[in-house]
Structures are given as structure tokens and as C-alpha cells.
Write a protein that binds this ligand. Structure first.
Ligand SMILES: *Cc1c(COP(=O)(O)O)cnc(C)c1O
Length: 437
């Protein structure tokens, strides 16, 4: 391998020094990874924690195989959604009893948005069903604001939730959402970190703005849970939803989580009142009476195998402070960009240009770097797609998103500075070969 440009061997020394000082470096051994691959796609599917296969085998063979139905009580299956919610809670700045695990992010977005609209209008569980006259009419809070750059599922679900609640959806860039929230705003649905650009939004100030306008806010924390401090309680988020298969490493399709702020729980009128959210599910009664607390966010029978795999995965967080994860995430992304700039000065190689879409400012950066590929006079979609395919061949695993975006997710629990340097170096070689060639 010949270095096309830049500090070459010296950079490996810099990476080695950073790795030697990394207080999270020892966590890498808790994951199944191979040294031939630099895995920078943990923002899409987190790596497998090493202890999960044995735990899953135990759940299947012992709890399902031998105890069978007794496991609902004896193995703690029934209470798993709240128990695991409490395990996630400290990672997102939530006190106990406010998070329930289950269903997908998409389904939880639906519960939260409808719940938020009902609360904002005073049509909620405490005030009785049906629109209260005071909340309808001219000042009727019939608008839902949605992050204009949202991950698509959130927007689709919000539109359906709007139709069902007689509201309309307005897509607004997050930078303008605080100002856009007004007397007509029922709910605001926003991504904490933009999945495409990696931009981190200000949860505290936007939540305060929405509250000042009398609306309720639903935060989608899919790309921040497990990557950076979220502070749901301190910043008074109303609802939050997140997935567990990205930075929380819960496994493919692992169940998502729903946070409902404690003060709002009595008013949370779920649009999916399944029997497991009933105050007395085994009474099997005709009338629905919602349970108190986080349980109210449940729908049906929990998917125990995925849920218990997630529970085991969360053990890698024992003794890990989210602040340390955040510090390393910022150091890793800074280092990756610095090395890339050294290897590809100005991000230019002939006709090819790489431009970071991820904000430089730490307070606006998630745990990924998104590079937009542009070629003179053309959009770089094809080039980016091809570059990512080549990167995969060379053992650097990131992903590609339209239009022309190369995404590299940095998971501080298992990504090293050596990984960041290697990824930058290989990317630079490919960029030079393509742009200068
Ligand atoms: C990953 C992601 C989702 C995924 O939704 P699922 O229902 O789990 O498929 C939703 N929203 C955002 C912002 C995401 O990043």
C-alpha cells in the first residue's frame, strides 16, 4: 500500500498513542469483531456483544425448553419490558419507571405522536375521550410539526396519525421549529440526530420553545441513545422513542423503547390499548382500564427472545459513563476528519470533492461523519455508491445514502483510533485513484 499523500507512518503512531490513552479501549474485547474489518456501521446495526449467544441459548434451552410457561413469572419474562426499560433509562438521562421496551420505533412513534396530540388538546386519558370543546375550533391545535429532514418512517407515521386525529402535518427544518411552534401546534416530532448528516439538534431549547407554545414534543433518539448524553428528564422531554439495534447493540430488529415523562403518564391515552397495557390483564375483562406507569405503553405479548438478547447486550454498559462515550466519540470523529484532511487536502482529488455534511461544532455533532461526494458539474451519487462498495472490499464498512452520502458511524465502545486512521487512509487511496486517475 502506498500512501497517496499525508503523514503516512507518523499517523499510525498518533493513532497508537490515542488508543493507548483510551479508557474505553478494553471494552472492544466484549464484542465479536474481526481485526480484518473496520466496522463503522454501528449506527445502523451495532456489533454483537460476546456474551449474547450463550445467554440466548440458555433462554431457548432452559427457559423456553424446560420451564416453558412457568418462565413468564419464574424467569421474569412478563416484566422484561419495564425491567429493560429501566436499564436503558440511565443511558438517556431518565429516572426509573418511564421507559418501556417493545415494538418497533415506527410503532412507538405512532403511540407517542397520537398520545402527544391528545394531551396537547386536553382529550387525554384524564379528561375523557373525544375532543374537548375548548381545545377545538379556531385555536384547536390541529397541527403536527415534523422535522423536514426526518428519517422517512417518522414522517409517514406522523401523517397517518394526523389523519386519524384530524390534524395536518407541516414539515419544518429543525432550525426553524422553535419559531414555527405556535397556538395551533399540538405536537412536534423531531430527530435528535439527523440520520443522514449526523447533525445533533438542541433538545433542551427546542423542548422549551414547544412548551412555551403549549405543544408537546416527541424526540426520536435512534441516533443518540448510546452515543451521547440525551438528558430526557433534565430537559423535560414529553415523549421519546428510540431503537436499540444501533448504538445500543441489541441485535437485528431488537425492540424499540418508549419514554413517557412521569407527569404525563396519567394523561397518556395510547392509540394502541392492547391487553398487556391493561391495569389487570388477566382479568380478561371487556372494558379497557389502562395500567399506571410505563406499562401503559405496552401493546401485546413481548417478543422475549429479542428482548432478552437486548438485555444481555446492555451489560456492556456496566461501569461505562455516557460522558466518557461522548468524549471518545468526539475525539474519534475529530481524528478521522483530521486524518482525512491530511491524506486528501481540501477534500479534493482531481474532479472529485468530498465535503463533510456533519457540523464541525461539537455541540452540533452526533456520532457519525457523513461525507458528500461531488464531481465537477455532476452529482456524485454513482461515485459515492461505488466508493462505498470498494471500501467494503477493502474491509472498511460504512454505508451509502442518497444523494451521494458516505456515512461512517463511530461506536466508542468498540471503535479504535487505529480504525479511524485506517478508514481515512483507505478512503483517501480510493478517492485519489478515482479523482486523479
Ligand atoms: C433507525 C431509525 C428508525 C427505525 O425505525 P424502525 O421502526 O425500527 O425500523 C426510525 N427513526 C429513525 C430516526 C431512525 O434512525
Amino acid at each position: 500500500m502506498s500512501d497517496a499523500a499525508g503523514p503516512g507512518a507518523g499517523s499510525s503512531t498518533a493513532a497508537a498513542e490515542l488508543d493507548a490513552r483510551d479508557e474505553l479501549a478494553h471494552r472492544r474485547k466484549d464484542f465479536v469483531l474481526d481485526d480484518g474489518t473496520v466496522y463503522l456501521d454501528g449506527n445502523s446495526l451495532g456489533a454483537l456483544p460476546r456474551s449474547v449467544p450463550a445467554r440466548l441459548a440458555e433462554v431457548v434451552e432452559q427457559e423456553w425448553g424446560r420451564l416453558r410457561i412457568r418462565s413468564w413469572s419464574e424467569s421474569g419474562w412478563w416484566s422484561a419490558p419495564e425491567r429493560i426499560g429501566d436499564r436503558i433509562a440511565p443511558l438517556v438521562g431518565a429516572g426509573e419507571g418511564q421507559i418501556v421496551v417493545g415494538d418497533s420505533t415506527s410503532v412507538n412513534v405512532f403511540k407517542a405522536v397520537v398520545g402527544a396530540v391528545r394531551i396537547a388538546r386536553g382529550e387525554d386519558a384524564e379528561h375523557g375521550v373525544g375532543p374537548s370543546p375548548a381545545a377545538r375550533g379556531s385555536g384547536g391545535r390541529d397541527e403536527i410539526l415534523v422535522d423536514a429532514a426526518t428519517f422517512p418512517t417518522d414522517g409517514y407515521i406522523a401523517r397517518s396519525a394526523a389523519r386519524m386525529t384530524g390534524a395536518t402535518v407541516r414539515a419544518v427544518p429543525v432550525s426553524g421549529m422553535g419559531a414555527a411552534a405556535g397556538a395551533n401546534t399540538a405536537a412536534v416530532l423531531v430527530n435528535h440526530v439527523d440520520y443522514r448528516t449526523g447533525e445533533l439538534h438542541d433538545l433542551r431549547s427546542l423542548t422549551a420553545d414547544v412548551h412555551r407554545a403549549g405543544g408537546r414534543v416527541v424526540w426520536d433518539v435512534c441516533h443518540s441513545a448510546g452515543a451521547l448524553p440525551v438528558e430526557l428528564d433534565a430537559y423535560e422531554a414529553d415523549f421519546a422513542v428510540g431503537c436499540t439495534y444501533k448504538f445500543l447493540n441489541g441485535g437485528p430488529g431488537a425492540p424499540a423503547f418508549l419514554y413517557v415523562r412521569r407527569e404525563l403518564q396519567p394523561r397518556f391515552d395510547t392509540p394502541l390499548p392492547g391487553w398487556t397495557s391493561h391495569a389487570d390483564p388477566f382479568a380478561m375483562s371487556d372494558g379497557y382500564v389502562p395500567a399506571e406507569g410505563a406499562v401503559r405503553g405496552r401493546v401485546g405479548t413481548p417478543d422475549i427472545l429479542s428482548m432478552l438478547a437486548l438485555e444481555e447486550s446492555l451489560k456492556v454498559w456496566e461501569g461505562v459513563a455516557v460522558s466518557a462515550v461522548r468524549a471518545k466519540s468526539l475525539a474519534l470523529t475529530d481524528f478521522f476528519l483530521q486524518q482525512l484532511h491530511a491524506y486528501v487536502p481540501d477534500g479534493r482529488a482531481g474532479r472529485l470533492r468530498l465535503r463533510s455534511l456533519t457540523p464541525e461544532a461539537h455541540e452540533r455533532r452526533g456520532s457519525q461523519i457523513s461525507l458528500l461526494c461531488e464531481t465537477e458539474g455532476h452529482d456524485g451519487t454513482d461515485v459515492a455508491e461505488e466508493l462505498m462498495a470498494r471500501l467494503h472490499e477493502r474491509g472498511i464498512v460504512g454505508d451509502f445514502r442518497r444523494p451521494g452520502v458516505l456515512r461512517f458511524g463511530f461506536t466508542p465502545l468498540y471503535t479504535s483510533f487505529g480504525d479511524a486512521d485506517r478508514a481515512a487512509k483507505v478512503l483517501a487511496e480510493l478517492v485519489h485513484a478515482r479523482g486523479d486517475g
